[in-house]
Design a protein around this ligand. Structure first.
Ligand code: ATP
Ligand code: MG
Length: 430
């Protein structure tokens, strides 16, 4: 069979037999978000291009090279979201959510789109889980979001993840740092890539984040931001460290982290693994105190992080961490002959309406093949219905694991008979 087309380069399908892994991770993330009183926000997959130019920053790799931007028929410039923060900040502002009081705590699951060179851990469509806090200036907020990300990784059993933190200062102290960077990079103008040359005047910090080997080599010896931050920023950074120490979260200070998006101020952090190759950053985040103002709102100290879900899955796989398999079928009701099949169809409906999972034949299998299928899908119980069961109104409920059989009614008491045995099996000592 020739396919009419294949999936687009840099995209991935999550097939039915794999999706339980995503659901499990998402469940842990939601639970952790709830534990920290964050509520879900959902925003559109596309936004006005201007939003990302203003927030992510027009000298960043994301905006300069990676966005999927197109014009609509009405000639508006639209961009598929490359990250989750800009859209959520826009929504918070647009709907005046701040009127409900601060802090606003939101979490999201989003697909993101970046035109990058596809490779292990780097896709063109990928997914993020993120947490955001708006209206929280204290360093306790920084520590709180770092703790939340840390708990997710710990609950998933991830090992050897390094939390690296840094402070990139505020606009006040950044000015001095920019000056120092400009002076340093001015000595290397003949070697810098074209994009970095254009960044030199406007935003020299972006050069530190350039992926070109020559620029990154030059950047290694550049002045470090921690030598330039002001007393307030230093105090804030010390506060974050103090909080992390107090709850026993280990970290290293990495003065070279600047993050690839312009909206960051003060604290920035990454969770990095050495188990999955070059794309080892599974989580990135930090403070963006100027973002809401940049989008036209009042000054609103804010912060957050995002975890790349595909990278997290790679990491779990690389570390051999098993994700609990999806729930299997609670009962398979096999039927031989039309009457029996109609009865199975009726009985599975009864089971399903009580939120247990039940299956009967929908593909026209023989009885033997139906039982083989019940085994394959790991049904916990089964019943075989033929003419004699229909006549007597009774059938044998078989526990597929122990082989134990119990007679149950096919009439009004069917569900309660089944449920009694089912519940007992759940508490049976294995
Ligand atoms: P990188 O330095 O790896 O390009 P980034 O700084 O661009 O990452 P962020 O914008 O901070 O990444 O996004 C947060 C997280 O989203 C990353 O830590 C990573 O786990 C994930 N991520 C980013 N880009 C991609 C991508 N192209 N494919 C898969 N996951 C990605
Ligand atoms: Mg990137």
């Amino acid at each position: 069979m020739d396919l009419i087309t294949k999936s687009v380069k840099g995209t991935q399908d999550v097939l039915p037999k794999e999706s339980y892994k995503w659901q499990f991770i998402e469940k842990i993330m939601r639970e952790e978000a709830n534990a920290h009183s964050f509520k879900e926000i959902r925003t559109p997959v596309f936004e006005h291009t201007e939003l990302f130019q203003r927030s992510v920053g027009d000298t960043t790799d994301v905006v300069q090279k990676e966005m999927y931007t197109f014009n609509t028929k009405g000639e508006d410039s639209i961009t598929l979201r490359p990250e989750g923060t800009a859209g959520s900040a826009r929504a918070i502002l647009e709907h005046g959510v701040y009127n409900d009081g601060y802090p606003i705590k939101a979490y999201y699951f989003t697909s993101c789109y970046r035109y990058e060179k596809p490779q292990k851990g780097r896709l063109r469509e990928f997914h993020q889980f993120g947490m955001e806090v708006y209206g929280a200036a204290s360093y306790f907020a920084d520590a709180e979001v770092i703790c939340a990300a840390d708990s997710i990784f710990k609950r998933l059993g991830v090992k050897g993840l390094n939390l690296e933190i840094n402070s990139i200062g505020c606009p006040n102290c950044r000015a001095n740092y920019h000056k120092a960077l400009k002076e340093y990079f001015a000595e290397h103008t003949s070697e810098l890539c074209e994009t970095c040359l254009s960044r030199l005047e406007k935003n020299p910090m972006r050069i530190l984040d350039c992926k070109s080997p020559i620029c990154s080599k030059i950047a290694e010896k550049a002045p470090t931001v921690l030598d330039y931050i002001c007393d307030d920023c230093r105090e804030h950074f010390e506060g974050v460290k103090k909080c992390l120490d107090s709850v026993g979260i280990e970290y290293t200070v990495n003065p070279t982290i600047v993050r690839g998006l312009d909206y960051y101020t003060r604290t920035v952090f990454e969770f990095v693994s050495s188990s999955i190759g070059a794309q080892g950053t599974v989580c990135g985040g930090g403070r963006y105190d100027g973002l809401i103002e940049e989008l036209g709102g009042q000054h609103t100290p804010s912060l957050g992080y995002a975890i790349g879900i595909e990278r997290l899955l790679l990491l779990l796989e690389a570390q051999g961490i098993e994700i609990p398999a999806a729930p299997t079928c609670d009962i398979y009701i096999a039927g031989l002959g039309e009457k029996a099949q109609l009865k199975s169809f009726e009985l599975v409906k009864t089971v399903r309406s009580s939120s247990l999972s039940a299956e009967c034949d929908i593909v026209g299998r023989s009885l033997k093949a139906q039982m083989k299928y019940a085994d394959k899908i790991g049904a916990k119980f089964s019943i075989v219905l033929g003419d004699s069961e229909i006549e007597s109104g009774k059938a044998q409920l078989k526990n597929m694991e122990t082989g134990e059989k119990t007679e149950i009614s096919l009439g009004e008491n069917f569900f309660s008979d089944f449920y009694n045995v089912y519940i007992q099996s759940q508490f049976a000592v294995k």
